[in-house]
Design a protein around this ligand. Structure first.
Ligand code: ADP
Ligand code: MG
Length: 876
């Protein structure tokens, strides 16, 4: 069956509100230990240096689909079965030690099931020193010669350090050494063979850039957390083998900088790797004894080994430590060997031990929860409370996760099949932990004193540590002098012994001098040889130097040439830049000018447009005016012509009537009464217009038509002349422009010729006039037409005048609009009344014309019109 390969499902890294630049993720590494027996089933495979793959072992196979699952897990780095302790140290712990020396904290813990190699990784085995001894070695290699004298730094119970002056420190040293059972281990003591090969680290490892102007002190402490209780493994308590007392647990406290610490925990100052490891070993032994005595499962406890590095600057002379507590920098590296992460039932623990084991698992569970909450907070931007306080373990390391240093975890796995399920859990925890970010620790503050103080002090010959002088060593190597006291005169032994001793010393001295001379000769020869070598090398170097100098001088010349060229080019560039500036200036000016011209042009264009519009308006106006004027004139002319035509018609009709009428025998001057009677039947033509009452009133007043009747006034003597002569006379009397025209006829013609636009226009124009008390008034206009009443035919007379005078219309339109009845009534009263009752001055022709006009109008208006019109014409 083909295995189904699935890459570990990784949640997308969506980080909210995290300042990635100032945070580092927890570094999680994986170490796979070799199988105990080569024929064991292996369930973990290292794919590459960052990935491992878990194979489901035989018994676990067949998931729902019938496949067996293979899951891959990624780490910062994976260390396979062949990885050495040094390789692991270089990658994982070396940077932490480097940070420690530079004043930054670090936390390194091993996590995994029991037997996966946590202790092996942390402590090591004989001949295979783990991370802990290597860390110690690196620390002492780095600060070795800059260590402060013992008891210069003194730890207090507030998780900080005090400084003592040299004298106080010396006194305390003497006091402690005088004690029967010195608690402080001596660095000169023999190393315990039990762990001697664990700390015999061959690889010399040292931190870079160690501050030489500081003095350093190293303090170690070692605690165990078991069943959520903290025990101090370095505490000196008298041990009673008969009734062993259970160890006292310690409390956690927070210092003024909010760092958690174990209150009252023993901190031992150590001066070398051996000494430090001895302290650790002591604690380890104690742990083992306690576990045995108290029937504990040792794999169920967490052990924490703290290395505290204290550093303080040298004073300005570079002689002693600066006695300022504020200048002390304390950094700490915690190396934690966690309890086995397996579930309780797997350990087959019973009774009391089961309960304890459960608790231990609980603290690992809390660690898991803390990691999960931290990750959630960082990724989702939430602010959930991290349950650090739920266990002593997490509470103690709270500061690390809140940003007090680097955190690194080594996940140890045993690839054997039985551990498969537990290894899966371990992998899952590792996955979560990898995504947690911890704030990057800040660099330590600089003290402000000039660097290089220690070096300058040594040059001056100041104290150089604890090293004894050469002369002292030489003196110590001589055999001791016997007692020189001569107590007895006969003493023959003391002096010869003394002489012998002195002779020995002399001989020794002579030998030493000889040796020294020999050595010095050899040394001189060596020196000579060295000198020669140096000389040769010097010569060789000189030759090389000369060569190089030549090359250099050549290059200098080249540089000079290039510089000159550069200068020329720079000069050219300058000129070009200046030219460019000038051109740019010109361009700007021209552009400005162009803009101004454009604006001017636009202004002119808009002016032109405006003028055009105005002219157009004027032209249109004038055209309209003239068109109106022309129309008016044409209408006037038409009216005039029509009137003329009508008059001629009338004349012709009358002539026809005269011609057809039988002539009386004797021409007799008829009376007015008779005249009227005679004339009336002759008239057949309708009257041009029926007169309005207004008009009649005007006439009766005799104001407006005073001159007109005079024009037509005839003497009685003329009544006897022939009709033809009368007609010709009448024709002559009427001026061409004063041709009367009845409104009725105009109206009729208008009706008869509806298609003639000009007539219509006249009519329209008339409609545009406005009325004032029975009169239409034409608005003032330049060439207006003056309309006057012609009393002769009681119609309107149109006169054009050159001047701008107003024109008056009589009630032509009023009449037109009135009903036939009204017209009848009016026409009945339309006869020219003579107010004074004098004789009518109407001539025959006039009368006839008027009657004819009336008749004509009557024929248009209705059948009763003519009938009424004639009898109403009464004599004046
Ligand atoms: P843990 O502390 O996790 O319970 P140990 O460190 O005590 O496990 O390891 C159990 C045994 O396995 C020890 O004997 C140890 O020497 C051995 N061992 C563990 N890891 C390795 C390794 N990487 N190489 C060789 N031996 C190992
Ligand atoms: Mg262990």
């Amino acid at each position: 069956m083909k295995p189904a390969r699935t890459k570990t499902p990784r949640k997308p890294l969506v980080k909210k509100g995290s300042q990635t630049s100032l945070k580092d993720p927890v570094g999680v590494y994986c170490r796979v230990r070799p199988l105990s027996f080569p024929d064991q089933e292996c369930c973990i495979e290292v794919i590459n240096n960052t990935t491992v793959q878990l194979h489901t072992p035989e018994g676990y196979r067949l998931n729902r689909n019938g496949d067996y699952k293979e899951t891959q897990y990624s780490f910062k780095q994976v260390f396979g079965t062949h990885t050495t302790q040094k390789e692991l140290f270089d990658v994982v712990a070396n940077p932490l030690v480097d940070d420690l020396i530079h004043g930054k904290n670090g936390l390194l813990f091993t996590y995994g099931v029991t037997g996966s190699g946590k202790t092996y990784t942390m402590t090591g085995s004989p001949g295979e020193g783990g991370l802990l001894p290597r860390c110690l070695d690196m620390i002492f290699n780095s600060i070795g010669s800059f260590q402060a004298k013992r008891y210069v730094f003194k730890s207090n119970d507030r998780n900080s350090m005090d400084i003592q002056c040299e004298v106080d420190a010396l006194l305390e040293r003497q006091k402690r050494e005088a004690m029967p059972n010195p608690k402080t281990p001596s660095s000169k003591r023999q190393v315990d063979p039990e762990f001697a090969d664990m700390i015999n680290v061959q690889d010399f490892c040292k931190a870079e850039e160690v501050d030489e102007d500081s003095v350093y002190g190293v303090f170690v402490s070692y605690i165990e957390i078991y069943n959520n209780y903290i025990y101090d493994l370095l505490e000196e308590v008298p041990f009673d083998p008969i009734r062993p007392k259970p160890p006292q647990s310690k409390l956690l406290r927070e210092d003024k900088n909010h760092n958690m610490y174990v209150a009252g925990c023993t901190e031992v100052e150590v001066k070398s790797t051996e000494e430090a490891f001895e302290v650790f070993w002591r604690g380890q032994k104690k742990r083992r004894i306690a576990n045995t005595h108290l029937n504990r499962e040792s794999s169920r406890s967490h052990s924490v080994f703290n290395i505290k590095l204290v550093q303080a600057p040298l004073d300005a002379d570079g002689d002693n430590v600066l006695q300022e507590k504020e200048q002390i920098t304390i950094s700490q590296l915690s190396l934690v060997d966690l309890a086995g992460s397996e579930r309780t039932n797997r350990t087959k623990a019973e009774g009391n031990r089961l309960r304890e084991a459960g608790n231990i698992n609980q603290s690992l569970m809390t660690l898991r929860t803390c990691m999960e909450v931290l990750r959630e907070n960082q990724m989702c931007g939430t602010n959930k409370m991290v349950p650090y306080r739920d266990s002593k373990l997490t509470h103690l390391f709270k500061n690390y996760f809140d940003g007090e240093g680097k955190v690194r975890m080594i996940v140890c796995v045993n690839p054997k099949a039985e551990d498969y399920e537990e290894s899966l859990q371990v992998m899952r925890f590792a996955e979560v932990t990898q995504e947690v970010e911890v704030a990057r620790p800040v660099d330590k503050a600089i003290c402000g004193l000039t660097p290089g103080r220690r070096y300058r002090n040594q040059v001056r010959g100041g104290p150089v540590g604890d090293e004894p002088l050469v002369t002292e060593v030489v003196l110590q190597s001589f055999p001791p002098l016997p007692s020189c006291e001569i107590l007895d005169v006969n003493d023959e032994q003391t002096l010869p012994r003394l002489i012998e001793a002195l002779e020995k010393r002399h001989h020794l001295r002579q030998m030493m001098i000889d040796e020294f001379n020999k050595q010095s000769i050899t040394f001189k020869a060596l020196l000579q040889e060295f000198d020669n070598t140096v000389l040769n090398k010097e010569n060789y170097i000189q030759g090389k130097l000369n060569e190089k100098e030549k090359v250099i001088s050549g290059q200098k010349l080249e540089i000079e040439r290039l510089e000159k060229k550069n200068k020329t080019l720079e000069y050219k560039i300058e000129i070009l830049e200046k030219t460019t500036t000038i051109y740019e200036e010109d361009k700007r000016n021209l552009q400005q000018e162009l803009e101004t011209q454009n604006q001017k042009l636009q202004r002119q264009f808009s002016d032109k447009r405006r003028l055009e519009a105005r002219l157009q308006g004027m032209v249109t106006e004038t055209t309209m005016k003239w068109e109106k004027e022309c129309e008016r004139r044409v209408a006037a002319k038409q009216l005039e012509m029509q009137n003329k035509l009508w008059v001629k018609d009338e004349k012709l009709k009358q002539l026809k009537a005269i011609v057809t009428e039988p002539k009386p025998e004797k021409p007799e001057r008829p009376s007015r009464e008779r005249d009227r009677e005679k004339v009336t039947p002759r008239s057949v033509s309708p009257s041009p217009v029926p007169l309005s009452s207004n008009y009649i009133a005007q006439i009766s007043n005799g104001q407006q038509l005073m001159s007109q009747p005079q024009l037509h006034r005839r003497s009685n003597s003329c009544s006897s002349i022939s009709v033809a002569s009368c007609v010709s006379e009448w024709e002559q009397k009427i001026p061409p422009y004063n041709t009367p025209l009845t409104v009725t006829s105009i109206a009729r013609r208008r009706q008869q010729e509806p298609g003639q636009s000009k007539t219509c226009i006249v009519s329209d124009r008339r409609r545009g006039m406005y009325w004032t008390e029975g009169r239409e008034v034409v608005p003032t206009f330049r060439n207006e037409i003056e309309i006057e009443e012609d009393p002769c035919c009681r119609g309107d007379v149109y006169k054009t005048r050159g001047g701008g005078q107003s024109v008056q219309f009589t009630e032509i339109e009023t009449l037109k609009q009135e009903s036939p009845t009204g017209r009848k009534r009016r026409s009945s009263t339309a006869a020219p009344a003579q107010p004074d009752g004098t004789e009518s001055e109407w001539t025959d022709i006039e009368t006839r014309c008027a009657v004819a006009v009336e008749m004509r109008a009557g024929s248009q208006l209705g059948p009763g019109y003519q009938h009424h019109a004639q009898p109403k014409r009464k004599k004046p």
